[in-house]
Design a protein around this ligand. Structure first.
Ligand code: SF4
Ligand code: SF4
Length: 178
């Protein structure tokens, strides 16, 4: 295998392992989660205007809404910066608390960040966010090892500033300088 085909193979297998962990271990846990991410107590949701307009059922024009935000008229949980909107401190309007589920699951309106949380493949690595209580790094690593076989070894590192953000990298065995 050439190095570019190896990279493509790894990216595909890691994305599949991340998706399988999401489907088997994360999503089924969401209805009983002790600290649902959708309450936005710890996480910040990044949205585009169309998503804000739809989810908050805003009738006014964007310029008027932005002016209201800038002058403290709220909604207090939304901040605008660089043309995007950041939500924190109140549950997402699409969150159905009684069922612990997302009302826009599977729809285009759902933010990409929600789909990626808490695990996704990024340029040949897997990123895992331990703020989700359902992330199981042992199970995830076992899943990756099964998919890739003994030729590859898995290494784990944490972000220095945000140690709950973990990176899993895979390297070919015996290739420790790369
Ligand atoms: S933190 Fe994890 S388990 Fe809890 S609701 Fe979010 S994705 Fe589901
Ligand atoms: S859009 Fe859905 S998954 Fe994303 S924070 Fe809101 S309720 Fe949760």
């Amino acid at each position: 295998m050439t190095s570019s085909s190896t990279r493509r193979f790894l990216a595909k297998e890691l994305a599949a392992a991340a998706a399988a962990h999401q489907a088997a271990d994360i999503v089924p846990h969401c209805p009983s989660c002790a600290k649902p991410c959708c309450k936005l107590e710890k996480l910040v949701l990044e949205l585009e205007w169309k998503q804000v307009k739809t989810l908050w059922r805003i009738d006014e024009a964007r310029t008027a809404f932005d002016k209201g935000l800038a002058t403290g008229k709220g909604p207090e949980e939304i901040r605008e910066s660089g043309g995007l909107y950041y939500v924190h401190g109140k549950p997402c309007p699409a969150y159905d608390d009684p069922s612990g589920s997302c009302r826009i699951y599977g729809q285009k309106l759902k933010p990409v960040g929600c789909t990626d949380f808490p695990i996704y493949e990024d340029q040949g690595d897997i990123m895992a966010d331990l703020r989700c209580e359902a992330v199981n790094l042992t199970a995830l690593k076992a899943r990756i090892a099964t998919a890739l076989g003994p030729t590859f070894r898995i290494t784990q590192s944490a972000d220095e500033e945000f140690p709950f953000l973990v990176t899993l990298s895979v390297k070919k065995q015996g290739n420790r300088r790369n």
